[in-house]
Ligand binder design. Structure first.
Ligand SMILES: Cc1ncc(COP(=O)(O)O)c(C=O)c1O
Length: 432
């Protein structure tokens, strides 16, 4: 899991003061802790109220995913995602399904943690070796658990001045106060953040202590659609390090990064990006990534906060909602072990493990695709990758707006056109 030249294990005690009073009081449940031992084959436990698996009402689960064959170069050039569905018989999943349906530890099937570990170690590459993943029921729930675990009522939470409305709905009833930081086309402004923290004592609302948490949606920021540049991430990280702030990186759109509107594969602008109203070349289904460079998706994406995180102060939230299906309610948190243990303790008394049906479905898919199939599914490949599909739709939508709009209207910049973009001021009009 470790990357080369990475520092040694984190001294996470240095971060223990970020844990909330409520989370500190949570000592864990002894019966649930025993599941680690009693869920092993051959062990019959009378503790914990485990139903007899032979009485589960569901005996098998059939899932159908696009064949990995169709994610290979033989796929027809014009194949669309829906054409790519072919029935597959999954590997023997009977025992996996039975395990998934039983009560389990909060992290669910080890196979799901293995998938998350594989993605994190090959794609994200955190900067310290002892990072931990914890499967979740998606980012919305993981975010809520994060507030409870790291914030006490009355605290402030730093966030871009326009932010994800669900984040606000999540913190306000907990008595947390959003602290807006100005943002520009590159996301949260490091100048504004530094200025705010340096002058906190003079400009902060009365009685509000300097926040120790910062919320970011680095890719396809919701609602503005911006993608935070690596340089900006470095600046924000270094400020957070200086002021001992932990970063909550809510990143469900990480793989949905596109070239600027109208850009060709070679980076030159087309007519549409130069201002005329013709259809951009980017609408053409040009295969941009060859099979041999499949991991290219990794290199074209902006690296993550976790890749800078030498202190272990980033809590990264990942979700399969946008890449596989939101109804799965399946994702994971990546962070240092101390933080993961505290989030785990909260999950133990709330969501527990993600749904067994979802875990089985994703394990089945992974058995057929593996990481390379998953990356092929995502990348701009043969016009069937998700990124291609969404980029083409983005371009068509934007082109249609341009054609229709009065020429006098100001034209949005390409980077403002990300996923989830909407021009609505959120409820977040509190300003310092
Ligand atoms: C910024 C952001 N975070 C989280 C979510 C929800 O993620 P999940 O489906 O994993 O709960 C969304 C959108 O649905 C979002 O825009």
């Amino acid at each position: 899991m470790a990357i080369e030249n990475a520092p040694s294990a984190l001294p996470t005690d240095a971060l223990a003061h970020h844990i909330s009073d409520q989370a500190k009081r949570r000592t864990g449940n002894a019966v649930k802790a025993m599941l680690k031992f009693t869920n092993k084959p051959g062990v019959l436990s009378l503790a914990g109220g485990l139903p007899n698996p032979s009485f589960f009402a569901f005996k098998s689960l059939a899932t159908t995913v696009p064949s990995p064959l169709l994610l290979k170069p033989e796929a027809p050039q014009n194949a669309l995602i829906n054409d790519a569905f072919v029935p597959q018989s999954p590997p023997d999943l009977a025992s996996l399904f039975a395990r998934a349906l039983q009560y389990s530890m909060v992290d669910g099937l080890p196979e799901i943690s293995d998938i998350a570990n594989e993605i994190v170690s090959s794609v994200y590459r955190p900067a310290y070796p002892d990072w931990t993943v914890l499967p979740t029921t998606g980012n919305t729930d993981a975010l809520y658990k994060t507030w409870i675990t790291f914030c006490n009522p009355g605290e402030g939470v730093l966030a871009e001045e326009w932010t994800y409305s669900v984040m606000l709905s999540s913190i306000l009833p907990l008595g947390l106060r959003p602290v807006p930081v100005q943002a520009d086309a590159d996301g949260m402004s490091s100048v504004a953040l530094r200025n705010l923290l340096e002058n906190w004592d003079t400009i902060a609302p009365k009685g509000l202590s300097r926040p120790h948490t910062l919320y970011l949606v680095p890719v396809g920021q919701n609602p503005t659609g911006t993608v935070m540049s690596m340089q900006r991430k470095r600046e924000i990280y270094s400020i957070c390090s200086k002021y001992d702030i932990i970063i909550i990186e809510d990143d469900p759109y990480y793989f949905m990064q596109f070239d600027d509107y109208g850009a060709k594969a070679n980076g030159t602008a087309t007519a549409a990006s130069n201002g005329d109203n013709s259809w951009p070349e980017s609408l053409q289904p040009t295969p941009q990534v060859s099979i041999s460079s499949r991991p290219a998706i990794v290199s074209v994406l902006t690296p993550l906060d976790t890749s800078l995180d030498t202190d272990g102060r980033v809590i990264r939230l990942d979700s399969f909602s946008k890449t596989l299906a939101p109804g799965l309610r399946l994702g994971w948190v990546t962070c240092n072990k101390l933080f993961a243990d505290r989030i785990y303790a909260m999950a133990e008394v709330t969501s527990q493990a993600p749904s067994g049906f979802s875990q089985t479905a994703v394990c089945t898919l992974w058995a057929q695709w593996g990481l390379s199939g998953y990356l092929s599914w995502l990348e701009e490949y043969m016009h069937i990758g998700l990124r291609t599909q969404y980029r083409v739709r983005r371009d068509a939508f934007k082109c249609a707006i341009r054609v229709r709009a009065r020429p006098s209207l100001p034209r949005p910049r390409a980077r403002d056109e990300g996923v989830g973009s909407m021009h609505a001021r959120t409820f977040h009009d509190q300003r310092i």
